[in-house]
Write a protein that binds this ligand. Structure first.
Ligand SMILES: *[C@@H]1O[C@H](CO)[C@@H](O)[C@H](O)[C@H]1NC(C)=O
Length: 215
């Protein structure tokens, strides 16, 4: 393996070539040598993870975290359609993407659907319940904060935020369709993990999610 000094000298060569405005091909050649001297990074970064429930939920969680975080900075003065509307749209489209990806798993072998992201184990009922509860917690905790703001018109804010719960219902229903038959009572396993959120879900009053969760 080439020494660090050798790699560094290639880098210096590339830099020197840039500085002296040598022909582009010379720069490319030097950069190529540096690149090939760098050891290969192990594969499997998250974004090329196989399509499986765990991968999809990890991705969903990563994407929902910053956007739901914005709801934490909502104050009474900006709990309005104008400010909340775009955030709600973003959250909906992120969940919709996950629903669409999950739908591509319909009909796939259950071992493929339930394989862990690292390919080593098969998710259990408890694992899936945790993934689902994690997403519900991120979404409904943030919504609950907004609904508890002082002096807001609750019915207006509920009507702005409720469409998120409709997408959550779609998410739950595809998960049940994919693994409900194999794993058993997914909802029964999720409910104890989201107890504190049930008042928020009831307040949003979206029939779809209330009936799926049997609350
Ligand atoms: C709402 O207003 C607060 C206080 O002015 C501000 O910190 C926050 O960033 C605003 N949120 C949005 C999404 O505009």
């Amino acid at each position: 393996m080439p020494s660090f000094a050798k790699i560094a000298s290639f880098a210096a060569l590339a830099f020197g070539a840039l500085v002296s405005a040598a022909p582009l091909s010379a720069v490319h050649g030097a950069v190529g040598k540096v690149a090939s001297a760098v050891p290969a990074v192990p594969a499997f970064p998250r974004h090329v993870a196989p399509i499986c429930i765990e991968g999809i939920f990890n991705d969903l969680t990563d994407k929902l975290t910053p956007i739901t975080g914005e709801l934490n900075f909502i104050v009474t003065g900006n709990a309005t359609q104008e400010v909340l509307g775009p955030i709600v749209d973003d959250i909906k489209s992120i969940i919709q993407d996950a629903v669409s990806t999950l739908n591509t798993l319909v009909g796939k072998p259950v071992d493929e659907i339930l394989v862990s992201v690292d390919g080593t184990v098969k998710l259990t009922l408890g694992d899936v319940a945790e993934l689902v509860a994690g997403v519900l917690t991120i979404v409904f905790t943030a919504i609950g904060k907004v609904l508890r703001l002082a002096s807001i018109d609750v019915s207006v804010v509920v009507s702005i935020l409720a469409p998120i719960a409709e997408l959550v219902a779609a998410l739950l229903s595809v998960v049940l369709k994919l693994v409900g038959g194999v794993l058993g009572d997914v909802v029964g396993a999720v409910l104890p993990l989201i107890g504190g959120l049930i008042p928020v879900i009831l307040q949003l009053n979206v029939a779809g999610v209330i009936s799926i969760l049997h609350i």
